[in-house]
Design a protein around this ligand. Structure first.
Ligand SMILES: Nc1nc2c(ncn2[C@@H]2O[C@H](COP(=O)(O)OP(=O)(O)OP(=O)(O)O)[C@@H](O)[C@H]2O)c(=O)[nH]1
Ligand SMILES: [Mg+2]
Length: 474
């Protein structure tokens, strides 16, 4: 029971109120407008945002008696795009609707519509990018986000790009547009919003509170992929360290949305009972992880010194993620490192021996793929691994020339090399996946322009010119 004034009612936070259905809230709102209005636009927005089973406005007559009842309810996705249906008004004392039967049928209708989509994963996302720069290629960026989502096992149901002059400080996008999104999510059965941005802890909180959906940003998505794919002890420690560092500023003392914030995708958040994590524990854990990491890395540098004693030259393969680095390592050394059409397939890089035709030898190492705007927590956690590139005698930069965004990818890689103080190191560029490149003449031109060697890591026949160049440089 809520009492308002002639202008508004304030609906309390319903966050704690859970219904058995994931779709409808199990609540009906029955109210009256003092100035004789029927259902208003605000009413219909509340219907959707609060996922009410139904909303009714009862007319109040001059004589104080109830008049007609106006009712609306949500409907599943439909070609007309409406999200609500207005029922015929009836005098309130004559309603004979069997509400329970009706709402069960409606809920089933939602369920049927949603299951006509392919849903193998429990995470069904809408991707969102808010663009303030009209020159930026937001399509490409959201495409990369889609690949990241796929790599972390999330099913993408929809994606939205909103152009704005500036970001909304609280919600990033406009409040109205965000309401539309909630409705859309409800209709198509999405339960996760992924923003192609780095959100501030406060933004995540306000968007989560407003939408009642799980909200994650690009950094968290990347962290999640890393968490899934780290297998070695070192990799696991590095990822957990990065996750904890990401989480720390987001741990508020009082926060109802906490379980959603700390859960990560499908519960791959950092270990321990998630709800109990508090700042002090998080700090302790970070300290412990850092110490462990130092120990593990000591062992690694000892192994490295041994290798140096053997005095074999070291070639390090680097490049943007999913460009074919591991495939090339396999092809060059006839080994079988895991390769996959996923971003960040390799997190625990392997080294292998490379034997040149004239019996020279080198060590060739694979590396974690690069990506633009790597979350800073990951960058610092993986710094030690990446700094090993300092000891390479030669860098082999693998570029996926079949990707329309390959030039931006080159720039991102060069920027990261600079940050690691590696830009002066000798570097050979290869254009990989030439089998997917449509035009030979354009390719030849590009190779000249970038001084790159065209190869296809899947076709050993294309590798001899590269081998020759490597051997000469060594
Ligand atoms: N068509 C084509 N596909 C290739 C070629 N080289 C690699 N691929 C495919 O590209 C995908 C990524 O290859 P990986 O070797 O895993 O790429 P990576 O650079 O190691 O990726 P991360 O470790 O995720 O950064 C795989 O599906 C490969 O089969 C190529 O020359 N041509
Ligand atoms: Mg790889």
């Amino acid at each position: 029971m809520i009492v308002g004034d002639h202008r508004q009612i304030v609906i309390p936070d319903l966050g704690g109120f859970r219904s058995s259905s994931a779709r409808l809230k199990g609540l009906r709102l029955i109210h009256t407008h003092l100035d004789g209005e029927r259902l208003t636009g605000d009413d219909l927005t509340d219907l959707a945002l609060l996922r009410l089973d139904m909303i009714s406005a009862i007319e109040a007559g001059e004589d104080g008696l109830p008049g007609m009842m106006h009712t609306a309810h949500l409907i599943p996705e439909n070609p007309g795009g409406e999200y609500w249906l207005l029922m015929d008004p009836v005098p309130v004392l004559e309603t004979d609707l069997n509400f329970l039967k009706f709402i069960q049928a409606l809920d089933e209708q939602f369920a049927r519509r949603q299951s006509s989509r392919r849903v193998d994963s429990t995470e069904r996302a809408i991707l969102i990018r808010v663009e303030t720069n009209p020159l930026f290629d937001s399509e490409a960026s959201i495409e990369e986000l889609r690949e990241l989502a796929r790599s972390s096992g999330v099913e993408v149901f929809d994606s939205v790009i909103q152009h704005r002059n500036k970001y909304d400080p609280k919600y990033l996008m406009g409040r109205g547009r965000l309401s539309d999104l909630v409705i859309r999510a409800l209709q198509i059965g999405a339960n996760l919003l992924i923003f192609d941005h780095e959100l501030s802890p406060a933004q995540v909180r306000s968007i989560t509170d407003f939408t009642e959906l799980k909200v994650i940003d690009r950094s968290q998505l990347i962290l999640d992929i890393f968490a899934r794919r780290a297998h070695s002890r070192e990799g696991k420690i590095q990822v957990e360290l990065a996750q904890m560092q990401y989480l720390l500023p987001r741990l508020a003392t009082k926060n109802t949305a906490m379980s959603r914030l700390t859960g990560g995708i499908g519960g791959t958040g950092p270990g321990e009972t998630k709800l109990e994590i508090n700042r002090r524990r998080a700090r302790d854990r970070i300290g412990r992880l850092k110490r462990e990491l130092r120990n593990v890395q000591k062992g690694r540098s000892q192994r490295r010194r041994l290798r140096q004693k053997r005095a074999l030259p070291v070639i390090s393969i680097i490049g943007y993620t999913n460009t074919g680095k591991s495939t090339l390592l396999n092809a060059l050394t006839k080994s079988s490192v895991l390769t996959e059409n996923l971003l960040f397939a390799t997190l625990d890089p392997k080294s292998s021996r490379l034997r040149f035709p004239r019996d020279r030898e080198a060590i060739i190492t694979d590396t974690v793929g690069f990506i633009r705007n790597l979350p800073k927590e990951l960058a610092s956690a993986f710094r030690a691994t990446l700094e090993e590139l300092n000891e390479a005698d030669l860098l082999l930069h693998v570029i996926d020339v079949s990707n329309p965004g390959f030039e931006e990818q080159i720039l991102s890689v060069e920027k990261i090399l600079e940050e690691l103080d590696l830009s002066r190191k000798k570097c050979i560029c290869v254009f990989n996946k030439v089998d997917l490149f449509p035009d030979r003449d354009i390719l030849d031109n590009l190779c000249r322009r970038f001084d790159a060697i065209p190869i296809s890591a899947l076709d050993p026949g294309t590798l001899p010119p590269l081998l020759e160049r490597l051997e000469n440089n060594i």
